[in-house]
Structure formats: structure tokens, C-alpha cells
Design a binder for this molecule. Structure first.
Ligand code: 5RP
Length: 222
């Protein structure tokens, strides 16, 4: 089965967790695209959605789902999003689609976080996928040097301005042995808006599309 099929299967499985009158937080990416389409078939059942990016908003609007403002919502939110890498502690790298900041905000505000992935996203050690960092443009040289001191190879993501008007540094060749330490360290550099490491805000449920069927993991620690 092709990877896209596995993504689709994980996305369809997530629909089973959407209860009546839910507010659904929506991440960004190709796996989430399948979820948005599937959600549109039950749009009458939910109260509305909160979008993590302009890319997702475009698709959400196309399917006629109602977009809500996170600041005006007080009911529980179920957040559904993909990941670029996930380890066995459910720590993740996210931000391949440059939407990491809003994704982290919605994940933090949500009552339940469901991560939908294909099996290629499962890794032992995070860092093979370049770690995205959203930064304020003025801090570029400073943060680049700090990342080099930490042992990574930062590269500016070309031709990209985030939805928040910032830039993205992708850190290559960065073996992340202690995600909590690295997340805190990078977040402490002035100019960093968000690092795409999710070591504290983790999914409650991970749905994985695999060649041998859909697998669901529950995070018992959280
Ligand atoms: C976007 C993300 C996505 O969840 C991540 O890049 C996975 O994308 P895809 O579902 O296309 O593999 O973090 O910022």
C-alpha cells in the first residue's frame, strides 16, 4: 500500500473519535487533508473547527465547515494533527508544513490531542527529519550561531514567510537524545517564536496507518 493510503486510513479512523457538537482543532499537512475531507461528511454533527494554518483554512472553507476563533471558544476541543516524526515516548517533531506555532497553541488548548500518521513517521531517535524553528527575522544570525553551538546545521527555509510573518530555520544533522532539554533550550533563545519539538505537549492518542492495518496507541502517562 502506498504511504498516502496509510495516511488516509489513519485520518478516517480519527473520525470515530469526533463526538456530537464537538469543536475540532485541525492541524496542517497531507494526512490532515484526508481528515478535513472526511470531517466534511459529518459537518452537521460538529459545532465548528479551529484552523492551524491558512492552507488548512482554505480547504476547510472549500468543504463548507465553520471556522471558529480559538479566543471565543469555551467548550472542549478535540485536536487532530499529523507529525513529521514520533518516538516511543510520543515526543514529536512537527512543522514540516510551517504551521508549528498555531499547531502548538491549539494542541496546548485542546482537551484531547489525536495524532494521525503513517508508520514511516515512527522513529527511535528524533532528528532525522530537520527540526523546524519559527523565528523573528531579526534574530536569524544570532539563533543560527546558537544552533551551531548545540551541534545542529541550521538552514533557512527558502521562499517562506509563515502565517505569523516570520521565517523558519530547519535544523539538519541534529540527533535529539533529550527532547525536553532541547525544546527548553531552543525556546530560551530570544527571537524564537516556537520550536517544532513537542516533548511536553504530546498526543493522547496516536493513530498509525500501517501495512498490516490501523494501529491505535493511547498515552497513559499524560
Ligand atoms: C505541519 C505539520 C504536519 O503535521 C507534518 O508536517 C506532517 O505532514 P504530513 O501529514 O503531510 O506528512 O507539522 O506543520
Amino acid at each position: 500500500m502506498k504511504i498516502d493510503e496509510l495516511k488516509k486510513k489513519a485520518a478516517l479512523e480519527a473520525i470515530k473519535y469526533i463526538k456530537d457538537n464537538s469543536i475540532v482543532g485541525i492541524g496542517t499537512g497531507s494526512t490532515v487533508s484526508y481528515f478535513i475531507k472526511a470531517l466534511s461528511f459529518i459537518k452537521e454533527k460538529i459545532s465548528g473547527v479551529i484552523s492551524s494554518s491558512s492552507t488548512s483554512s482554505e480547504q476547510i472553507k472549500k468543504y463548507g465547515l465553520k471556522i471558529l476563533d480559538l479566543n471565543k471558544v469555551c467548550s472542549p476541543i478535540i485536536y487532530v494533527d499529523g507529525a513529521d516524526e514520533i518516538n516511543n515516548k510520543m515526543e514529536m517533531i512537527k512543522g514540516g508544513g510551517a504551521a508549528l506555532t498555531k499547531e502548538k497553541i491549539i494542541a496546548a488548548a485542546a482537551t484531547q490531542f489525536i495524532c494521525i500518521i503513517d508508520e514511516s513517521k515512527q522513529v527511535k531517535i528524533l532528528g532525522n527529519f530537520p527540526l523546524p524553528i519559527e523565528i523573528i527575522p531579526m534574530s536569524y544570525s544570532y539563533i543560527k550561531n546558537q544552533i551551531i553551538k548545540l551541534g545542529g546545521e541550521p538552514k533557512l527555509r527558502k521562499n517562506l514567510i509563515t502565517d505569523n510573518g516570520n521565517i523558519i530555520l530547519d535544523v539538519y544533522k541534529f540527533k535529539i537524545l533529550d527532547p525536553i532539554f532541547i525544546e527548553e533550550k531552543i525556546n530560551s533563545f530570544p527571537g524564537v517564536v516556537t520550536v517544532g519539538l513537542f516533548s511536553k505537549i504530546k498526543p493522547d492518542i496516536v493513530i498509525i496507518g500501517t501495512q498490516s492495518g490501523v494501529k491505535t496507541l493511547f498515552n497513559k502517562i499524560k
